[in-house]
Design a binder for this molecule. Structure first.
Ligand code: GRF
Length: 201
């Protein structure tokens, strides 16, 4: 399976996928390119260190979101991915991207959806006083963090947790969850039936 991974930041989820693929010849997928919505991020450096092609599609370079969405779709499609993985990609894709990759576009979110969707899931769970939170790997649909759930992992919230401390503990679980899910989707095949995801197909 050919993977394109989209990042916006440090890329530790990307790194977890790179390490898993290198460690296991039978993983069932390989990353063919890494895309980002901004330049100069560690996620792109990780891709370059791994010798992977990268692309950057910045919202500011386009007249409007629709043009950006079309450009991101074309840049991604050029690598003919079987599966696209958003690993900390912090932009909401549009209808072109979903038309091209819906049903084969996976996102990881650092909260237990449907709780705390959006760009500040860790901060929101902490502020709410949640006792447990975690991470969710899901297919992307036309909502924000609303697509069919594939897997979730639970993380305890501690009394004196800061957002960063909690997010780091979530990311430990999230990286393992994402590696497991992407591997199973790639090796075993899958079928999406409404809100249910069946693996194997
Ligand atoms: C991850 O926790 C992801 O769920 C969230 O941002 C973080 C990205 O981390 N959207 P990294 O860039 O993979 O290190």
């Amino acid at each position: 399976r050919r993977l394109v991974v989209l990042v916006s930041g440090s890329g530790t989820n990307l790194q977890a996928l790179l390490d898993a693929i290198e460690a296991d010849p039978g993983y069932g997928a390989r990353i063919v390119a890494v895309g980002a919505d901004r330049a100069g991020i560690a996620g792109l450096e990780r891709a370059e260190r791994a010798g992977l092609p990268t692309f950057v599609v910045r919202v500011a370079d386009f007249a409007d979101r629709a043009a950006w969405d079309a450009a991101l779709t074309a840049a991604t499609a050029a690598y003919e991915p079987d599966l696209v993985v958003s690993a900390g990609f912090m932009k909401i894709v549009g209808k072109d991207f979903l038309a091209a990759f819906g049903g084969r576009f996976v996102n990881t979110h650092p909260a237990l959806l449907p709780s705390f969707p959006g760009a500040h899931g860790v901060r929101d769970a902490l502020a709410y006083g949640a006792k447990v939170t975690g991470c969710t790997v899901h297919f992307v649909d036309d909502g924000v963090d609303t697509g069919p759930v594939i897997a979730q992992g639970v993380v305890e919230v501690r009394e004196d947790d800061t957002e960063d401390a909690l997010h780091e503990r979530i990311k430990d679980v999230e990286r393992r969850l994402l590696v497991d899910v992407v591997g199973r989707l790639s090796r075993d095949g899958y079928r999406i039936e409404g809100r249910k995801v069946r693996i194997p197909a």
